[in-house]
Write a protein that binds this ligand. Structure first.
Ligand code: HEM
Ligand code: HEM
Length: 230
């Protein structure tokens, strides 16, 4: 019998924009640090700070599939899922799967750590993070070391993240398409047994207002002063 597929909405527009803007900014942050363009490095970093702050809030008040409470499962369930993957292969899940959910938390945590350590870092030439002068030179040296080391961890985790996405694609679970278009094609029998089949999506206007407020504060207090001296 031919399997019938049905198109289901998985990711809202704000979450998709967050993801691809973050990927772009991570690239720009890497480039600007390498090229010694430290003013741009700070501008990109503050833009990312806005995005991450937005994503954290959206994780509490946003659409079901973006909510932390929706994709952070009890460790027991995560282990059970891992066992199932070993025996039956990857199954198609509507939002983040129980393992993927933990990876999302880890990725957001290491990016946040990178942002915080950057605020205290120095290149010992022209550039100091805005909180540099509030700590001792030893603390700042440690934060700078952590900033450099943690970036290597981010790179490693990004590679694992991208490999996981490729493995899913090979096994027939097309995650990238869903992160681009917002929709996933699911087989109808699997769908009927999936209790998360009707996720709630919040209005994009709420996201826009939240983001506009964050962007206005970050632009006026952090980005505008740098643009003045560029
Ligand atoms: C070209 C490279 C990348 C591709 C193709 C990609 C693809 C994806 C896909 C398909 C998802 C959804 C996973 C799911 O369905 O559960 C996702 C989620 C995510 N990715 Fe990536 N990704 C890339 C790079 C990155 C990088 C560099 C980072 C950060 C360092 C990152 C961080 C995240 C985070 C935090 C999520 C969770 C999204 C959310 O719930 O808001 N990704 N990615
Ligand atoms: C997630 C955001 C960030 C990423 C991905 C990032 C990435 C990097 C990378 C790759 C380096 C070069 C490390 C090396 O030389 O090996 C660097 C250096 C640096 N970053 Fe960031 N950074 C971020 C946020 C920030 C923030 C918020 C600030 C301060 C406002 C900042 C300030 C600096 C400084 C001062 C250095 C120079 C350290 C040195 O060369 O000794 N960064 N960053």
């Amino acid at each position: 019998m031919k399997t019938e597929y049905i198109k289901v909405k998985v990711w809202d527009l704000p979450t998709r924009i967050f993801h691809w803007a973050m990927v772009m900014l991570m690239g720009l942050l890497w480039w600007s640090a390498d090229a010694g363009e430290m003013q741009w490095h700070q501008i990109f970093a503050y833009s990312l700070l806005g995005l991450i702050a937005f994503r954290l809030l959206w994780g509490f008040v946003g659409s079901d599939t973006s909510k932390f409470s929706h994709f952070i499962y009890h460790p027991k369930i995560a282990f059970k899922y891992l066992k199932e993957v070993r025996t039956r292969g990857v199954s198609v899940v509507l939002g983040h799967n129980p393992i993927g959910g933990y990876m999302v938390v880890v990725l957001i945590a290491v990016i946040s750590l990178q942002l915080v350590t950057g605020l205290f870092a120095t290149d010992d030439i022209f550039t100091e993070g805005p909180l540099y002068s509030y700590v001792s030179s030893d603390t700042s040296a440690f934060m700078t070391w952590l900033h450099k080391t943690n970036f290597n961890l981010i790179l490693l985790l990004s590679i694992i993240h991208i490999l996981a996405v490729i493995i899913h694609a090979i096994k027939g679970d097309k995650l990238v398409g869903a992160m681009l278009t917002g929709y996933k094609k699911l087989p109808r029998p699997e769908l009927s047994s999936n209790e998360q089949v009707n996720p709630m999506f919040k209005s994009e206007w709420i996201a826009l207002v939240l983001f506009a407020v964050l962007a206005a504060v970050i632009f006026s207090y952090l980005i505008w002063p740098i643009l003045q001296v560029l």
